[in-house]
Structures are given as C-alpha cells and as structure tokens.
Write a protein that binds this ligand. Structure first.
Ligand SMILES: *Cc1c(COP(=O)(O)O)cnc(C)c1O
Length: 352
C-alpha cells in the first residue's frame, strides 16, 4: 500500500475516528429488515426530524438513495429532468434507465448549479402517446461544491408544482450547503438545512462524505413515500440486517461532526488563495469544500502531459488529488492546516 499522507481526492476518503468506532462497537442492534434494529430506527427518526420530514430510510449508498427515490417518483416510461453533469444522471451507471425503466431528460446548467427555469418549462413533454411522461425535477445541492441560491430553489420547485412535477433533491452534500448558507446569513445551520429541504418532496443525504461516517445515506420524505422506497430498497438488494453498527456511526456524525464542516470550507478557501499565488496555475474556483484548478501548459507540454506530470509529482510526495476532468482538491475532516501548507509547498516545488 502507498503511504498516502494527504488525500484530497474526495471527502469520501474520511475514516471513522476512534470515538466513532467505539460507538459502533457498542451500538444496540436488531434485524433491520424485520424493522427492529434500535440504532437504525433512531437514526431514521433523527435525520427525518432534523430535516423536517415525516420519515426517513437508511440505505447503503447515495447512489441507491437517489435510485430508490427516482423509482418511487417515476414509473416505467416516465421521465425525470436532471442536470447534464448531475450525479443522479451522469455518475450512477445509468441506474434509473437500467433498473427503473425511467428516461432521463438532461438539461444544461445555468449559474451556480441551477437548471434555468425556461429550460425546465420547455422540457416538459406534452401529454401525447409519442412522449415519455415527464414526472420529476431533480436538483443537486451542493453542486460541484456550489450552494444553490435559496431563491432559485423556491422558484424552481414552485414551477415544478405548477407543471405537475414532483421534486427530489440530491443532497449528498446538503450539510455543506447548510453550513455555508448559515454562515452567510448568520443563522442556525440546522434551520438552514430545513429551509433548503422543505421545498422538496424527497431529499437524499450522504453520511459517508464530509460527515465522516464509513457507510450510508438516507432518504427523507413522507411516510407513504418512505414505505414505497423501503420496498424498492429490498428489490435493489439494499436491505441490511444488523445495520445499527453503521447507523450508529451516522448518528454520531450528525451529533458531533456537522458543525466541523465549516473548518473544511475555511481550509478549501486557504488552499484556493494559495493556489492563486502560484504562477502556472490557471483559473481557480472554490466553493464550500471543493477547489478546482487548471494548469497552464508551456511548450513542449500539452494540457494532458502537464496534468500527468503534475499528478506524478504529487503522488511522489504522497499527496493524492482528483484529475478526472480538471484538477480537483476536496478538503475534509482528515486534513488539517499543515496538510494544506504542505500541499501548496509541493505544488510550488513542481513549478520551480
Ligand atoms: C457521492 C454522491 C452521490 C452518491 O454517493 P455514493 O454513496 O458514492 O453512492 C450522489 N450524489 C452526489 C452529488 C454525490 O456527490
């Protein structure tokens, strides 16, 4: 195994702390498929109440949370409106189409992770045998780290209702959006989370990203919706037995790690500020816990070759970054201020 000191590929790389492992070891468990795992029940009640919903369902992954939700909202031959780069369209193996017989209608993005209202309106298909039935609007918050404008969320979900569409929020990083929004408005972050969530019929959240739990996501919605989602979770093979071991880690993360997300955002800001001072680094964008950057190639380097050399240089110094498209650095609870300083020093060294 590589000795990785600093892993900035994603906030999914966070490991459970000793305290979290202790809580997991002590967790009361039952058989969650029979509905009698107390730790799962407690987590589902906790997250539903925190986000202002009637009920919640604990599922193994964010991908399955989105798929279960889509399959409740849409039947075979229905369609959902979704962003062209949205996780629930582009990064989930085509699950809605493959397993749900649901057709995606991807839309290009406007500003800050929004889907323009006129495009939403125009995308709804007429009620005619030629077309799939447009049923659902899905948004994502944060999107690429960006927090959706609260006014936009209100308008888009209102429009969806006018158009007879239901609404789903992929809130894998809703907690980051709430922390950032609350910071801007100087309000309570849990109030902010509820203010965002209240506009949607269903919301999915991930415990295994910035919150630092090892596994798990939840769907929040009405009692009736969750009953249907539970049936689909079974169908998808996502029903787990003594899942309280995992649910207890998620509860611990909600209790103890939520407010720490602010620190991740501060570190990302510091990283972005540092990158902007390094000649050779082009456009830098930062939002919440994500930083995106481009490298400026000089002859004989191309865009690809400089990126390859850059990644090799970082890896040689035991630092991992994501380079799927451009460079992406994600801060999380397992990196600290010294790690950011060292990362900047290693990058400076690359251009020296
Ligand atoms: C990570 C992520 C998911 C899916 O999470 P997994 O647990 O990896 O399946 C869904 N949506 C968004 C926006 C994500 O970032």
């Amino acid at each position: 195994m590589l000795a990785i000191d600093i892993d900035l590929r994603s906030d999914t790389v966070t490991r459970p702390s000793d305290e979290m492992r202790h809580v997991m070891a002590q967790a009361p468990v039952g058989d969650a498929v029979y509905g009698d795992d107390p730790s799962v029940i407690a987590l589902e009640e906790q997250i539903a109440s925190l986000l202002g919903f009637e009920a919640a369902l604990f599922v193994p992954s964010g991908t399955q949370a989105n798929l279960c939700s889509l399959m409740v909202h849409c039947q075979r031959g229905d369609e959902y409106l979704v962003g062209q780069q949205a996780h629930a369209y582009r990064f989930e193996g085509g699950g809605a189409a493959v397993l749900g017989s649901i057709q995606p209608q991807p839309l290009p993005y406007g500003d800050n992770g929004s889907l323009p209202l006129d495009l939403i309106r125009a995308a709804v298909k007429p009620n005619d045998d030629h077309f799939a039935r447009t049923r659902l609007l899905t948004l994502e918050n944060t999107f690429g780290g960006q927090v959706l404008d609260p006014l936009y969320i209100k308008e888009a979900t209102q429009l969806a209702r006018e158009l007879d569409l239901t609404t789903h929020l992929d809130g894998a990083r809703l907690f980051n959006a709430a922390i950032e929004g609350a910071q801007r408005t100087q309000t309570d972050p849990w109030d902010e989370a509820r203010r965002i969530a209240q506009h949607f019929d269903s919301v999915s959240v991930c415990f295994s990203k910035g919150l630092g739990a090892p596994v798990g996501s939840a769907i929040c919605s009405s009692r009736d919706f969750i009953t249907q989602a539970r049936r689909i979770r079974k169908l998808l093979g996502g029903s787990m037995r003594q899942a309280g071991i995992l649910a207890s880690a998620a509860s611990y993360a909600l209790d103890h790690h939520f407010h720490d997300l602010h620190r991740d955002h501060v570190l990302a800001h510091e990283l972005a500020q540092g990158l902007r001072k390094i000649p050779g680094i082009g456009a830098v964008r930062q939002a919440t816990n994500m930083v995106f950057a481009r490298l400026e190639p000089h002859e004989p380097d191309t865009k690809e070759s400089i990126q390859t050399r850059f990644i090799e240089h970082m890896n040689a110094h035991n630092i991992l970054v994501n380079n799927t498209y451009e460079l992406r650095f994600v801060t999380h609870r397992d990196v600290n201020a010294q790690d950011i300083e060292r990362t900047l020093a290693v990058i400076q060294d690359f251009f020296a």
